[in-house]
Write a protein that binds this ligand. Sequence first.
Ligand SMILES: [Zn+2]
Length: 107
Amino acid sequence: MTVARLRAGRGVHGRIRSVRGLDRECLPSVTEYFGPLFGRLRFNSGSWAQVRCVFHDDHHASLSIHRERGAFRCFARGVCGGDVIAFEMSKSDSDFKRAVRDLGAWV
Ligand SMILES: [Zn+2]
């Protein structure tokens, strides 16, 4: 669902349309956003951190998070997305606008 919604925001040539209301400068950083959820993230040499997944009852570290973009993928359930907005949408089951507002980046 998340990926489809993000793709819907792209223009005909694959460029991301400017989305009225979103100021990416106001988004929390990867560390700021994920810190309260997972504590201090330990990134490997490929810039990915493995943590216990919040999308299911995870007993291993099935969820990978990227240091720079906040992209994420759960290798157990296939939940994935490209940034903190996509993560917030998946976590709180909210739409794009709601998620951006909750992240304090809707202007
Ligand atoms: Zn998972």
